[in-house]
Design a protein around this ligand. Sequence first.
Ligand code: HCA
Ligand code: CU
Length: 411
Amino acid sequence: MSLQDYAIIESTLREGEQFIGAQFSREQKIRIAEALDEFGVEYLELTSPLASPGSMADLKTIVGLNLRARILTHIRCHKDDAAIALETGADGLDVVIGTSSQLRQFSHGKSIDEIIDLAAEVLTWIREQAPEIELRFSTEDSFRSEEKDLLRVYLAVDRLGVVDRLGIADTVGIATPSQVSRLVGTLRRLTTADIEFHGHNDSGCAIANAFAALEAGATHIDTSVLGIGERNGITSLGGFVARMMTYDRETTRRKYRLHRLRDIEMMVAEMVGVDIPFNNPITGFSAFTHKAGIHAKAILNRPETYEALDPTDFGLARYISIAHRLTGWNAVKARAGQLGLNLSDEQIKALTRHIKALADEKPLALDDVDELLHTWANGSPKSKVGRWDNKTMDDTAMIAFSAPSARSTAI
Ligand code: HCA
Ligand code: CU
């Protein structure tokens, strides 16, 4: 099955605004919207205009930017909410209502029959008011809802023939990829509308679940920059892009301007007061840094050996770390070449043994290794210890420098 025609519904300006650190000003919302539009996401989802007067004004402002991305807003399944949202000029309405027993009991208090009746009334009314608007209906907490309840609701809504898209939401982040696959597959078989997946990351499956949804026939995936949202958030834009790149690089490169990802993440991280996590897909600081000598050697020969993603696709560089005990002589040699130093393979091998011994004793930084390379290339250790192949750890004190932490170098 081809996964080329999916669309990203970028919800940094809705779900992301529910992140504890988010308090976007209008100017910040404009910057985020413009940056994501340039990145190429197909949709931007914004907070309900009912949330506050400022939210209403912000939504209207973003609608007025006339971006290429379609602007959606997110509302409860209420006619009054819909009426106000329709006045904003948004391209689409994302309507949501909870179907799990938890939400029915402790949130809106409605039975499944009442949900079906309400959805029919609200959705039909919206369609009458706005024949052109893009209309989505979603069940909140889909994965803790009874399957029979869910299917009754979705089938009834689909048969109305007024919605473009049915949404499923893993609101508390408990679904597994196979559960997502099953539910999307069932909807794909029984309904005709497009299918959107919105997944939280409480148990770490948000990206995998989004991909499972696409494989099973979903057409729209919700993301936010760095995954920000309620609690620990949802499928991250960058993580989803990484997943899609490993699946179909050409399509992903064609759809999105990947070089912009890092700047967008840095901008949003700063706005909400967080750092980009070290293990973030693509932009985490160690995402393209190779360490073990065996890896470094293969990377220098052919990067694909140990890289599923090519950093240059994202405007980033590959790094090789050499100042540690796992280093290898091929990587040390590459660094010598980069510094324009002339050392024989025998010298490099001896120096590599020396670096390993030093690293057993204390943390090294690249500066230390660079200094060693320069020293050895200029021959000074030779005069002190005589033979290259006869160096011992006792010689290290003469030429080693301590440093607080290891560093990497671009090759
Ligand atoms: C929330 C609502 C929601 C809605 C998702 C959707 C969720 O709890 O804030 O409309 O598809 O996670 O269920 O974000
Ligand atoms: Cu959510």
